[in-house]
Design a protein around this ligand. Structure first.
Ligand code: NAP
Length: 299
């Protein structure tokens, strides 16, 4: 299969490229600037906001599937620069969907639990979104764009949440920040009133790959299998890595003024994914084992 992957330099994207190559697929990676990921795949430096270049590049490759983990993921950054957020998370998705439509390619678009307001999670795939904040609004608009532009058989929306993994490029993520801070003996403030489905990027990539290979349409939740508050997750990290649990400082999101709102009682129900995919959502224990292994490989 010929597969185009946006955000191929990113946390999920680079693992996805590696897994697609390992399965024998022909891959085109798309990202900004220099190629930051090694491997035997074609690469094009394309700003997702450049609709003309994105269209020409994809049309030249003629993918059977396009997987879109690319986009503007800095939640507070989206609040500061809504135009850039819209360009990367909505306009780019429209371009990808139009190209997919023309080429009859399958589009797997990656979205987020932030499409929900976090009043009463965990959320089923059929729950009604109510996005709050610019990042959430643009990701929800991206979902709507995919649905509007493609026949139902040709799109997949895969929502994920709080993705961790050892970064190759120094870009931070929740698990990496937490483990790095605890390893240095730093105290870490964690919200005890925010419930999330933490995920590992390798597991997310495996689910995206299978959705594309099998062209499974519709809405999917591609995140970790368990929902827990951040303090409980932090304590699980301490147990697995042998860090001092007293370094975890419970705090309350409700008492903190954030630039962009975050869902409080979030979490994604993965029943459908667990039943239908061979790549099952990982338990927290499995994800922590993988983070432990990655840390040992990247001291
Ligand atoms: N990470 C999470 O906790 C989380 C949670 C829920 C949902 N998601 C969703 O999961 C997907 C993958 O997330 P991730 O953690 O892998 O994110 P990531 O590491 O930030 O990867 C996104 C990639 O998109 C690229 N990108 C951003 N704007 C671009 C533009 N205008 N043109 C070209 N490339 C651009 C980034 O390039 P640069 O490297 O140059 O910045 C980055 O490599 C995203 O759709 C995100 O919304 C993530």
């Amino acid at each position: 299969m010929r597969v185009a992957v946006t955000g191929s330099n990113g946390l999920v994207g680079r693992r996805l490229v590696a897994q697609l190559l390992a399965a024998g697929h022909e891959v085109l990676g798309l990202a900004r600037g220099e190629r930051r990921v090694p491997g035997a795949f074609a690469y094009a430096a394309v700003d997702l906001a450049d609709g003309a270049l994105l269209t020409t590049t994809l049309t030249g490759f003629r993918p059977d599937a396009i997987i879109n983990p690319g986009g503007m993921t800095d939640v507070d950054g989206c609040e500061r620069d809504p135009v850039a957020a819209y360009d990367a998370n909505v306009s780019a998705v429209a371009t990808l969907a139009k190209v997919a439509r023309t080429l009859t390619a399958h589009l797997v678009h990656v979205s987020t639990d932030y499409v929900f307001d976090g009043e009463d999670g965990p959320y089923s795939v059929d729950a009604k979104p109510n996005p709050r904040g610019t990042y959430a609004l643009t990701k929800h608009a991206g979902e709507q764009t995919v649905k509007a532009l493609l026949p139902a058989s040709q799109w997949t929306i895969a929502r994920t949440a709080v993705v961790s993994g050892w970064p190759s490029t120094g870009k931070n993520n929740f698990g990496f920040w937490l483990i790095s801070s605890l390893a240095q003996g730093k105290q870490v403030p964690l919200f005890e009133d925010q419930w999330v489905s933490t995920s590992h990027a390798t597991n997310v990539a495996a689910m995206l790959k299978e959705l594309a290979e099998r062209r499974l349409p519709g809405l999917w939740h591609t995140c970790g299998a368990e929902v827990m508050d951040r303090v409980t997750f932090g304590r699980r990290v301490c147990e697995r890595f042998g860090f001092d649990g007293a370094l975890i400082r419970p705090s309350r999101m409700a008492n903190v003024k954030l630039a962009s709102p975050r869902p409080a009682r979030s979490g994604l129900d993965v029943t459908k994914t667990t039943q239908a995919l061979e790549a099952k959502p990982w338990s927290v224990a499995r994800a922590l084992d993988e983070l432990f292994r990655e840390r040992q490989e990247n001291p």
